[in-house]
Design a protein around this ligand. Structure first.
Ligand code: TMP
Length: 259
């Protein structure tokens, strides 16, 4: 197969040119970073699991009418997506105090919030993704007011849907991060959900034990990182109880053997 043109490499994913104009291939790596890439590591099989989990969630969101960039999964580590113009804003939705909210405001981790909070961060690694307000978004033209209304509406719908989906499998959706992008229909721009939804960008706690089943295990050196990602996939019905990474990573093994 001809070498594909790489469009972009991020910390956890690579984007390649897709088979048709307006499409891309999104490749999920096992690389993990935290604290703006000051901490780096590998979570074995993460790319495979995140590809599956994100496929599952984006497909489900599409069935309730949330537009996304997802078209279809093509193999263990890759999915076909629509090319979008990424809006440089990370949208964080919080149901329970944790992470930077607890740190910044001194609210004990695990405190149920009386209402859902949406926060915005400017997507700029060099600046360390600073928190921003609507005023900054309007002032610097990162998105229009109409786009921000659509984004907030979609973020709430995603939160309601995912909170229920995870509650049904004994998982508390503490918080998560979303990214959005524009697609054009002639001159008309529409905002759709982009990036991924996986344990990399969500806090997922076991509902009974409050055990962390997400990237905080890596960030905080808690151990059992691979197992946590597998557990989420298993509860979502995406991994059979006896499936492990040796099976899941067949594509990788074949590639390494040069087949
Ligand atoms: P925070 O508490 O560190 O602000 O993180 C809130 C949520 O956003 C958490 O679920 C992890 C996710 N997140 C990302 O996906 N990428 C990031 O760069 C950061 C800082 C957080």
């Amino acid at each position: 197969m001809a070498r594909r043109r790489q469009i972009y490499e991020g910390k956890a994913k690579i984007l390649y040119e897709g088979p048709e104009p307006g499409t891309l291939i999104q490749y999920f790596k096992d690389d993990a970073t935290a604290f703006n890439a000051q901490k780096r590591g590998t979570i074995n099989g993460k790319g495979v699991i995140n590809n599956r989990i994100s496929e599952h969630i984006f497909t489900a969101l599409q069935t309730i009418g949330v537009p996304t960039h997802f078209i279809r999964r093509v193999n263990m580590r890759e999915q076909l997506i629509r090319q979008v113009e990424i809006i440089p804003i990370e949208v964080v939705v919080r149901n329970v105090a944790a992470g930077s909210l607890s740190k910044r405001l001194g609210i004990e981790e695990g405190t149920q919030l009386p209402r859902t909070i949406i926060e915005y961060y400017y997507k700029d690694d060099a600046l360390g993704d600073p928190m921003i307000a609507d005023e900054h978004i309007a002032c610097f033209g990162w998105a229009t007011q109409e786009e921000m209304n659509d984004i907030a509406d979609m973020a709430i719908r995603v939160n309601d849907f995912l909170s229920g989906m995870f509650a049904a499998i004994g998982i508390r959706l503490v918080d998560f991060k979303l990214e959005f992008g524009r697609v054009y229909d002639g001159d008309y721009a529409r905002v759709i959900l982009a990036d991924e939804i996986s344990p990399d960008g969500c806090r997922l706690w076991d509902a009974k034990t409050n055990n962390k089943l997400d990237k905080d295990r890596f960030r905080q050196d808690l151990g059992g990182v691979e197992e946590a990602y597998q557990e989420v996939a298993r509860r979502l019905g995406l991994l059979q109880p006896d499936e492990d990474f040796a099976v899941l990573d067949l594509d990788e093994h074949r590639k390494k053997r040069g087949k």
